[in-house]
Every structure is written in C-alpha cells, then in structure tokens.
Write a protein that binds this ligand. Structure first.
Ligand code: HEC
Length: 192
C-alpha cells in the first residue's frame, strides 16, 4: 500500500481548510467531522474475513485507502473543496452516476457479491441495456484508476485542493469490484 503519504496530505489539506479559508458565499454544507482517531482506527482495522463478502471488503477498502477522507464516512459527502464546481464533494450516488435503472442495482450487486466478473456476461446480459451498463462500469473503473481533476467553479479562481487521486494498479480488479459494489450498496441521496 503506497497511499499513506497521500492520505496524510489529504488530512493536512482538510485540517487547513477547516479554518480561515472557509468561503463566505459557499452553500451551507454539513462538513463531516473526521477526527484523527477515526483515521487511525480505520487504518488499523484488519481486513474482513473472506466469507463476509465483497461489500464488506469494499467498505474496508473505502476506509483503508482513505476514500472516506474526501467522500465522507459511508460516502455521505459534504467535504468542502474550495472553488470546486459543486462547492463540496457530494454524497456518493454511484448508481445515478452509472445511469443505472433503480431496479437493476440489486441484480448487479448480487452478481458482484458472488464474485462474477461483469465482463464475462456480455453474451448473456443479466439486465436490459447491459452494454450501456458495462460501459458505465468500465468508466468507473477507469476513473478510480486514472483519477480526475475537480472542475473549477470560477475559472479564474484557484484550483480546488481535492482531486480524485490516481489509484493506478495499486488496487486490483477485485478491489475495484469490491469498492464499486460497496458504493452501489450505499443509500441514495434522499435517505439519511
Ligand atoms: C483527495 C480526495 C479524494 C479521495 C481520497 C478519493 N476521491 Fe473519489 N473523487 C474525488 C473528487 C474531487 C471527485 C469528483 C471529481 C469530478 O468532479 O469529476 C471524485 C469522484 C469519484 C467518483 C465518481 C463518482 C462521483 O461520486 O463523483 C468515484 C466513483 C470515486 N471518486 C471513488 C473513489 C474511491 C473508490 C476512492 C478510494 C479508493 C476515492 N474516490 C478517493 C476526490 C477523492
């Protein structure tokens, strides 16, 4: 695991941002309180037993890799990002991002939970429009592998300090499936 330094950098950024740099005109957001004790607790958490399933592994990776530092605990979002187009990193809504029909989420989750590789199902699509689903699934994998620069709200303003990091090959395909399954299992935006 090579993300320790990056995680420290994120923590430093978040701590720095909680002070004087708060924007007076930013939309009110409920910034999550991420305490150093929580970071360390997540870090020291042992991996779940294999029989506890893919979603549990994804949850562990989400904490272990520091995804929660930007996406909030359980992907609830609310982490302020100066001059980011959305002001704060929003609640994760991966099903929406992947343009999934609500009724397709559970069948896909079930396949991922059973360790089925979605790519192998092109010949026997488990849900309608499976080609589109597969394309979206590949773009999430790509996004996590390659990272993404957070868009600026004011083009002349500073670069937002928090960008989606580039995970490259430090996460395996199975890790990505676990993270995607976990993020798909999170409640949609309306529920708290
Ligand atoms: C340093 C902050 C940071 C960390 C750590 C981080 N992300 Fe992100 N992530 C972002 C930002 C910012 C975006 C939005 C980028 C954009 O606007 O296109 C994003 C976008 C995403 C998206 C696209 C869907 C969405 O909600 O916008 C996914 C999926 C995602 N991240 C997954 C992860 C996973 C999985 C991890 C941990 C392995 C992780 N992120 C860690 C900052 C972070």
């Amino acid at each position: 695991m090579n993300s320790g330094i990056e995680i420290l950098a994120v923590v430093a950024t978040l701590v720095g941002m909680s002070g004087a740099s708060v924007q007076p005109h930013a939309a009110p957001v409920q910034a999550p309180q991420i305490r150093p004790q929580t970071v360390v607790k997540y870090w020291l958490e042992p991996p779940p037993a294999p029989q506890s399933g893919v979603v549990e592994r994804g949850k562990w990776l989400f904490r272990q890799q520091g995804c929660f530092l930007c996406h909030g605990p359980e992907g609830r979002g609310g982490v302020p990002n100066r001059n980011y187009i959305k002001d704060a990193i929003p609640r994760s809504a991966l099903a929406q991002w992947m343009k999934l029909e609500p009724e397709d989420v559970n069948p896909l989750l079930e396949l991922l939970t059973r360790g089925v590789r979605l790519e192998t199902l092109a010949g026997s699509p488990p849900v309608p429009q499976f080609n589109l689903v597969l394309a979206q699934y590949r773009s999430v994998q790509e996004l996590i592998r390659r990272g993404n620069v957070a868009g600026k709200k004011d083009p002349k303003g500073p670069n937002p300090p928090l960008n989606m990091p580039r995970w490259g090959r430090s996460l395996t395909d199975a890790d990505l499936d676990a993270l995607i399954a976990y993020m798909l299992s999170l409640p949609p935006a309306e529920q708290k």
